[in-house]
Design a protein around this ligand. Structure first.
Ligand code: BTN
Length: 254
C-alpha cells in the first residue's frame, strides 16, 4: 500500500470533461487502495465546492480543477498542517513557472498581489475500516471569463494575467503533482515544522492587523504567523491566540 511519504509514489490520473465536484466524486466513490495516489481532474465542475460552503465556479478552460486522494499509514494521526502544505505545493509550482509575488493566505488560498489565484479544499475521510485518507482538492484559475462575477473579498486573478504564455492545464497539473509529492515526502518524514518556514516566507498577512471571523466569535490582532501544527497565531490585546483552521475567514483589519 502506498501512503503519505512513500518514496516512489505512482499516480493514477483520470480526466473527465465534466463532473459535479472532483472532491465529491473521490469522497463518494473512493478508488481502490492499490498503492497509487488517485487523481481526478475535470474540465468543468457543475457543483464545485469551496471552503465554508462557498461555490467554486467553473467555465470551460477557465481553471485547472482536480482532487488527489492521499492515503495515510494505518493508525497515523490526523495530519496537522496538511492543507497548508498543499497551498505551499501550489505556490512552488507557480514560482517554478516564473510567477512572481505568490503569497499564501491562511489557511490555504494562493494570492497574487492580494487577489485569489487558487483555492484548496482538503477533506479528511475517516478510516471506518479503511485506510484513513484525505482528498486534496485544488482549483487554479487559468483564464477567467471577462465577465466572471466571483465573490472574494479582495478580488480574483488568473494565470493569464501573471504570465505572457501560461501553460495548459495538463502541464500545470504535472507541476503541482510533482510539488505535492516532494512536499508530502518531507511532511511525512518530519511533519509540518519542516515546512513551516517556507510557508511563513509567503504569508500574505505577516505582521499585519487582521480580523478572524468565526461562526461564534470574531478576533482582532496582529498576524504572528503559524505554529508547528499550522494553526494561525494572533497577537491580541489579551495575549497570543491560536486559531485552528476551522470555519473561519481571515481579513485585513480596517
Ligand atoms: O477557495 C476555496 O474555498 C477552495 C476551493 C477549492 C476548489 C477545488 S476545485 C477541485 C476540487 N473540487 C471541488 O469541488 N473543490 C475543489
Amino acid at each position: 500500500m502506498a501512503a503519505l511519504g512513500d518514496k516512489a509514489v505512482a499516480f493514477s490520473l483520470v480526466c473527465v470533461p465534466e463532473c459535479d465536484s472532483t472532491n465529491t466524486r473521490l469522497m463518494a466513490e473512493p478508488p481502490p487502495d492499490d498503492g497509487r495516489v488517485h487523481v481526478l481532474a475535470a474540465d468543468v465542475q457543475t457543483a464545485g465546492r469551496g471552503r465554508r460552503g462557498r461555490v467554486w465556479q467553473s467555465w470551460p478552460g477557465a481553471s485547472l480543477t482536480f482532487s488527489a486522494l492521499w492515503r495515510f499509514a494505518p493508525g497515523a494521526p490526523v495530519p496537522a498542517g496538511l492543507s497548508l502544505v498543499a497551498g505551499l505545493a501550489v505556490a512552488r509550482a507557480l514560482e517554478g513557472l516564473g510567477v512572481e509575488g505568490v503569497q499564501l493566505k491562511w489557511p490555504n488560498d494562493v494570492l497574487i498581489h492580494g487577489c485569489k489565484l487558487a483555492g484548496i479544499l482538503v477533506e479528511l475521510m475517516p478510516g471506518r475500516g479503511r485506510t484513513p485518507a484525505a482528498v486534496v482538492g485544488i482549483g487554479i484559475n487559468l483564464r477567467l471569463p471577462a465577465d466572471a462575477a466571483i465573490d472574494y473579498p479582495t478580488g480574483v486573478t488568473d494565470l493569464a494575467a501573471c504570465l505572457p504564455a501560461p501553460p495548459g492545464a495538463g502541464a500545470l497539473l504535472a507541476r503541482v503533482l510533482a510539488e505535492l509529492q516532494a512536499l508530502f515526502e518531507i511532511y511525512a518524514a518530519a511533519g509540518f515544522p519542516a515546512l513551516r518556514g517556507a510557508w511563513q516566507q509567503r504569508n500574505a498577512f505577516a505582521d499585519l492587523p487582521v480580523r478572524i471571523l468565526g461562526e461564534a466569535e470574531s478576533l482582532s490582532g496582529r498576524c504572528a504567523g503559524v505554529d508547528e501544527d499550522g494553526a494561525l497565531l494572533l497577537e491580541t490585546e489579551t495575549g497570543l491566540r491560536r486559531v485552528l483552521s476551522g470555519e473561519v475567514s481571515l481579513r485585513v483589519a480596517g
